[in-house]
Write a protein that binds this ligand. Structure first.
Ligand SMILES: Cc1cc2nc3c(=O)[nH]c(=O)nc-3n(C[C@H](O)[C@H](O)[C@H](O)COP(=O)(O)O)c2cc1C
Length: 180
C-alpha cells in the first residue's frame, strides 16, 4: 500500500542533522514516496502575500495536502524552534490550514544534552493552531546530534533507532486510522 510521507525540516544547511533524522524516519517507516518539503521560503510579509502567494509556498502546501502523514524535525535555537520552521508554519497557515486533521510526528535534533526538547515543546504548541493531529509520546530528541550519525547518515545509537521506529509506526497507524 502506498504510504506518502512528507518531511519538513527546520534547518537549511546541507549537512543538517535534522534533515538526516527525517531521512532515517522515512527509512524505518518504509514510506514510499517520501518527499522533503522546501522550507527555504521568503520571510513572511503581508505585502508579498497580497501580491500573490509565492510559488514555493503553493508547492509546499500542495505537497502537504497530498501526504498521508507529515514528520517535522527542528533544531533548537536559543530554547525555541528555528526561525525557518516558524516562518514555514506561518506561510502554511495562510493557505486554508493544510495540516488540519493531518497526522503529524514531531522530532528534534540539537547539540544540547536535551536534544532540543524545549524547541519540540514549542513546535507542539505552534501546531495546536494548525489543528494538526500531533502524536504524543515516543518523543525523539536527538542530543549531541553532530555525533549521532555515521558517514551514510544512519543513526548510530540503537536506542534512537528503536524510539524513532516506534514513533514512525505510531504515525503510520494514525494515518491508517484516518484513511479508514
Ligand atoms: C543560533 C543558534 C542557537 C542555538 N541554540 C541552541 C539551544 O538553545 N539548544 C541546543 O541544544 N542547541 C542550540 N544550538 C545548537 C544547535 O542545536 C545545533 O547547531 C543543531 O545541530 C542544528 O541543527 P542541524 O544539525 O539540523 O543544522 C544553537 C545553534 C545556533 C546556530
Amino acid at each position: 500500500m502506498t504510504y506518502r510521507l512528507v518531511g519538513l525540516c527546520g534547518a537549511l544547511r546541507a549537512d543538517s542533522t535534522n534533515l538526516k533524522l527525517l531521512h532515517e524516519a522515512a527509512r524505518v517507516s518504509g514510506a514510499d514516496p517520501f518527499d522533503i518539503g522546501d522550507t527555504d521560503l521568503p520571510l513572511y510579509n503581508g505585502d508579498v502575500e497580497d501580491a500573490g502567494m509565492p510559488e514555493k509556498v503553493v508547492r509546499l502546501v500542495e505537497l502537504i495536502r497530498s501526504a498521508d502523514a507529515v514528520v517535522i524535525a527542528s533544531p533548537e535555537y536559543n530554547r525555541g524552534i528555528s526561525g525557518v520552521m516558524k516562518n514555514a508554519l506561518d506561510w502554511i497557515s495562510r493557505m486554508k490550514m493544510p495540516l488540519k486533521g493531518k497526522p503529524v510526528a514531531v522530532m528534534s535534533a540539537a547539540d544540547g544534552r536535551a536534544g532540543g526538547e524545549v524547541a519540540q515543546f514549542m513546535l507542539r504548541h505552534c501546531l495546536v493552531q494548525h489543528g494538526a493531529r500531533v502524536l504524543v509520546g515516543n518523543a525523539v530528541c536527538v542530543a549531541d546530534s553532530s555525533n549521532q550519525f555515521d558517514a551514510d547518515g544512519r543513526l548510530k545509537s540503537e536506542l534512537y533507532v528503536k524510539t524513532l521506529t516506534a514513533l514512525m509506526e505510531a504515525l503510520r497507524d494514525e494515518a491508517r486510522l484516518r484513511a479508514g
